[in-house]
Ligand binder design. Structure first.
Ligand code: NDP
Length: 300
């Protein structure tokens, strides 16, 4: 048996097309162009790549893209002043502060200064609380993209046992909330979980968000289960040449694909969905700000 491969790249392209359609209509019918502001502090190479991709895809969907690049030694007051200025700016519907911030800056304070309705990353405590309470919120992009793929593949998730490995605020915990909201039965596992392999083996749905290359192997997976691999790990790839690297997930794909019913690859699974969902959240935020109906095909 070989698992169905859930093609996140194609799914993300489809989400971006939907986003583009909504943006076109909002501009034509309401003179409203959704805008996303991305703030980057410092010169972390990975963050620079993410920010460039976000800006490019934002513009390709017809949205306004605002990039604010600040030097690594920017002080807190300057950064907070910029966030407040973006909060007040009516052409900005979504604000994203690229993490991680340099160590001298208080990430929690910065994130919680973003107006909750513009917090398209869904990290503000108000959005965390609203998601937990089952209220309308901004949903973090990686779990949102993961749930979209799960719902697309399964339809109804009622009655499914789901195990999420990882309890971070940006992936594990919101993923559990979303699965609960979708009537699955989520378990959150972490580094202190006893008999992790057995816990995972009981799951119909496995979401791996650990940050450990290829930790979850095929013998942990219940035959036929659906595996969502959130991990992005850069590891040496001597087979590609000296000093070369490759990206692998938290799941050992070659063994898991033989047991699972469906699986997301890395790269080309959850990763592309994350930026697509950021664009989707910006359209949702702009619709809410203008009192327009929310695009139901851009959320879960
Ligand atoms: P964190 O480091 O914040 O959290 C990792 C979690 O995994 C923690 O809860 C930790 O447990 C748990 N963990 C670590 N080791 C083990 C172990 N041996 N057994 C069981 N659990 C363990 O990571 P993130 O949630 O930020 O990211 C997870 C992965 O997802 C990373 O590879 C990251 O690169 C990737 N990622 C991908 C995104 C995408 O767009 N596709 C977006 C965000 C992240 P404990 O709490 O006990 O320490």
């Amino acid at each position: 048996m070989t698992a169905h491969i859930i093609d996140g790249k194609a799914f993300a392209a489809n989400v971006r097309e939907r986003v583009k359609g909504h943006v076109t209509r909002m501009v034509e019918e309401h003179g409203l162009r959704p805008g996303l502001a991305v703030v980057l502090v410092g010169e972390d190479p990975a963050s620079q790549v993410y920010v460039r991709n976000k800006g490019k895809q934002t513009a390709e969907c017809g949205m306004a893209s605002f990039e604010h690049k600040l030097p690594a030694d920017t002080d807190e007051a300057t950064l907070l002043a910029l966030v407040n200025q973006l909060n007040e700016d009516a052409t900005v519907h979504g604000i994203l502060v690229q993490l991680p911030l340099p160590k001298h800056l208080n990430s929690d304070l910065v994130i919680n200064t973003i107006a909750p309705e513009k917090d398209v990353d869904g990290f503000h405590v108000v959005n965390v609380g609203r998601l937990g309470a089952g209220l309308k919120s901004m949903v973090p992009c990686t779990p949102l993209g993961s749930l979209m793929m799960l719902k697309d593949y399964h339809g109804d998730l009622s009655g499914k046992n789901a195990v999420i490995i990882g309890r971070s605020n940006i992936v594990g915990k919101p993923m559990a909330q979303l699965l609960l909201g979708a009537n699955a039965t989520p378990t959150i596992a972490h580094s202190r979980t006893a008999n992790l392999e057995d816990v995972v083996r009981a799951a119909d749905i496995v979401v791996a968000a650990v940050g450990r290359p290829e930790m979850v192997t095929g013998d942990w997976i219940k035959p036929g289960a659906t595996v969502i691999d959130v991990g992005i790990n850069r590891v040496p790839a001597p087979e590609k040449g000296e000093g070369k690297h490759k990206i692998v997930g938290d799941v050992h794909f070659e063994s898991a694909v033989k047991v699972a019913g469906a699986i997301t690859p890395v790269p080309g699974g959850v990763g592309p969905m994350t930026i697509a969902c950021l664009l989707a959240n910006t359209v949702t935020a702009a619709s809410r700000a203008a009192g327009l109906p929310e695009p139901s095909d851009l959320t879960v």
